[in-house]
Design a binder for this molecule. Structure first.
Ligand SMILES: Cc1cc2nc3c(=O)[nH]c(=O)nc-3n(C[C@H](O)[C@H](O)[C@H](O)COP(=O)(O)OP(=O)(O)OC[C@H]3O[C@@H](n4cnc5c(N)ncnc54)[C@H](O)[C@@H]3O)c2cc1C
Length: 392
């Protein structure tokens, strides 16, 4: 039987961050992933903010930060576009990652901090002990058990670990967006340094995106809510690629499919001897679907709290509740606002989106933030005020 202080299941960005910070805090850490290559296949459009990386103390490296982004282009259903770039303060300016390299580098950071990495190791089941958990594992045909004082569930959107351990961590189907994406070449972008977002019927309950990776290479994808459409996400993507001027001559070299939990934090993100992080905990911006930075931040909080709890020999739910407090302080209020704004945005008809885009074309934005967008929205659309009034 292998014994450890902290076992992290899942070496995506959230798990590696948790493993790194638990190890930095002095705990004995095992970080495992069922994949034989951490980060591959990717299920992501790979956009992150500079601010987020800075907060996490991560220096961008050329190997995984493939493209610097300095603006956003919002496209209404009738093709009217709103450019947010130039002199505007852009907190979301950032990078397009190469996740297959980035995720491995984050796992390497955890290893350098002292965590033991186990690749191609699947967690198959969990049993509670008085002072921790036993996790049943399989690697290369071999079965074994790991006993841990603290279990960190970082097993992504389809997470099982939290539920196996007795927590309410299920994301309701109505809160799970279906994401689908091609990585394409021969993409003809108006500006290869700008993220493009397409709204309306093109992606019901979500939006379509083009995130540039190199001059003619981009992640072209969309996310839809199954309840809002009779077509599959794949059918929507094929239609989008055929009709969008930027992609009509493009060729796909990769297909990525994945769920994105956009309903906010799951009910239980901690319990006796357990913490849940990243997509498994619903730590995703509900408005954008972005979960890399938020998952890593919460992973960092989880790792730090776990290391302290081990030092104090107190892994009770009460001790570990500090983790939820830190996540709430950092993200709680924003989450609520983003959830409301998402509901509002996706309730708009194509005509309403078009008229807002027309009005936005003459607006001078000072910065790009949800509150600035809402402020301007209320100015240009009295209708929006009525609808938002119900939400805020
Ligand atoms: C189409 C799409 C586009 C997206 N675009 C963006 C974007 O541009 N920017 C952004 O910030 N976010 C984006 N996201 C969201 C982002 O990908 C996730 O929020 C992020 O990957 C979450 O990190 P994580 O570590 O929680 O989970 P994951 O990255 O999913 O990692 C979980 C890991 O757990 C492992 N695992 C699962 N079960 C087990 C088990 N039983 N045993 C062992 N290992 C296990 C998996 O192999 C996996 O490596 C997108 C999502 C989708 C679907």
């Amino acid at each position: 039987m292998i014994e450890t202080d902290v076992l992290v299941v899942g070496s995506g960005p959230a798990g590696s961050s948790a493993g790194k910070h638990a190890a930095l805090g002095g705990a004995k850490v095992i970080l495992m992933d069922k994949k034989s290559e951490i980060g591959s296949p990717k299920r992501c459009a790979e956009g992150v903010s500079k601010e987020g990386l800075k907060f996490l103390g991560i220096e961008p490296k050329e190997r995984w930060a493939t493209k610097e982004i300095d603006g956003i282009r919002l496209i209404a259903p009738d093709g009217t576009d709103v450019w947010l770039n130039d002199e505007i303060k852009l907190p979301e300016a950032g990078y397009i990652l190469e996740r297959k390299v980035f995720d491995k580098h984050m796992a390497m950071d955890a290893a350098r901090a002292g965590a033991e990495i186990k690749i191609k190791t699947l967690a198959k089941g969990v049993d509670r002990l008085e002072d921790g958990f036993i996790v049943y594992c399989e690697s290369m045909g071999e079965e074994f058990e790991i006993k841990t004082k603290i279990l960190i569930a970082a097993d992504g959107p389809e997470s099982h670990i939290g539920r196996w351990a007795g927590l309410k961590t299920q994301t309701k189907a109505k809160n799970m967006e279906s994401g689908i994406q091609f990585e394409m070449c021969n993409v003809e972008l108006e500006d290869p340094n700008v993220l493009e977002f397409y709204f309306g019927k093109v992606a019901p309950g979500g939006y379509a995106w083009i995130f540039p990776k190199e001059d003619d290479i981009a992640n072209v994808g969309l996310a839809v809510m199954a309840s809002e459409t009779d077509k599959t996400a794949y059918e929507h993507l094929v239609d989008f690629v055929k009709t969008c001027p930027a992609t009509k001559n493009a060729q796909a070299v990769e297909l990525n499919v994945g769920g994105d939990p956009v309903g906010g934090f799951v009910k239980n993100i901690y319990g006796d001897n357990i913490l849940v992080v990243g997509d498994a905990a619903g730590q995703v911006n509900p408005l954008t679907g972005g979960g890399i930075i938020s998952g890593m931040k919460c992973g960092m909080f989880a790792g730090k709290v776990a290391a302290e709890a081990i030092k104090e020999n107190n892994c009770s739910s009460k001790r570990l509740s500090e983790y939820e407090k830190l996540c709430d302080e950092d993200m709680g209020h924003k989450m609520k606002r983003y959830l409301k704004t998402k509901d509002y945005l996706f309730s708009l008809t194509d005509d309403e989106l078009n008229s807002i885009a027309h009005a936005f074309q003459d607006v001078k934005f000072e910065e790009i933030s949800t509150s600035e967008l809402i402020k301007q929205l209320i100015k240009v659309s009295p209708n929006a005020l009525l609808k938002l009034g119900k939400l805020f």
